[in-house]
Write a protein of this length. Structure first.
Length: 228
């Protein structure tokens, strides 16, 4: 989930425009590349108690009604792009939000993604430490999808080991293991990805439909992740 991002076409954006972060040009759009994509997003103003209450109630519905035992709040850096706050205040408010979320749902595993280590301290159960393994929206784009997804896997292999030490302080998440043939990822890269995820000694999350993987791919890339 992306709790701090708001679809401009959503009911909540139309009903409560005062809940959204504003700057001199109007509503603050999610930063960087998102501004050029069709899924442009606004940012919730987490300074407002009404916004926090809405988010806590929405997340509670997922957990209490639908029975989720693990949640992954993503794009948690969004408050840092609120021009009314300095980085220190944004980090403090983010930390306090996650602290309260954990207090309310102490038995739920919270996997924080897209936030600084200091803001995550003692308020999340796992912390994402690397880039996205793949760009799934390019999976069926000939040639380009294969090139980019191979590069993204190589990025994970190069970056994540440099952050292994973070595992001394927090359970870490290297992102998902994927090995489906349609991604066009080389055998060497898949082997390296599986090795890095296992060596992380943190989360093991699987991003394929296991029922559609061949037994050969399960044997080579998935089962070894769970062996001592």
């Amino acid at each position: 989930m992306a709790p701090f991002l708001v679809d401009p076409a959503s009911d909540i954006a139309k009903l409560h425009p005062e809940w959204l972060v504003k700057n001199a040009e109007g509503f603050k759009v999610h930063p960087l590349l998102d501004a050029f994509w069709p899924y442009r997003r606004h940012i919730f103003d987490i300074k407002q108690p009404e916004v926090q209450n809405y988010l806590f109630e929405s997340i509670a519905k997922l957990i209490e009604q639908d029975g989720f035992e693990l949640i992954k709040p993503d794009f948690l850096y969004a408050p840092y792009f609120d021009p009314s706050m300095c980085a220190k205040e944004a980090g403090f408010r983010l930390h306090e939000f996650l602290k309260e979320l954990k207090r309310r749902h102490s038995t739920v595993h919270i996997n924080g993604c897209g936030l600084p280590f200091v803001a995550a301290a003692n308020v999340v159960d796992s912390l994402r430490i690397g880039p996205d393994t793949i760009a799934p929206y390019l999976e069926n784009v000939p040639i380009l999808g294969r090139i980019i997804n191979n590069q993204k896997v190589r990025d994970v292999i190069n970056i994540v080991p440099k952050r292994y030490d973070m595992g001394k302080y927090r359970n870490i998440d290297p992102d998902v293991m994927v090995c489906r043939k349609s991604l066009g990822i080389s055998e060497k890269s898949l082997t390296g990805l599986a090795q890095v995820i296992k060596e992380t000694n943190g989360n093991i999350l699987l991003g394929d439909d296991l029922a559609k993987l061949s037994e050969n791919r399960l044997q080579k890339y998935v089962y070894p992740l769970f062996l001592a």
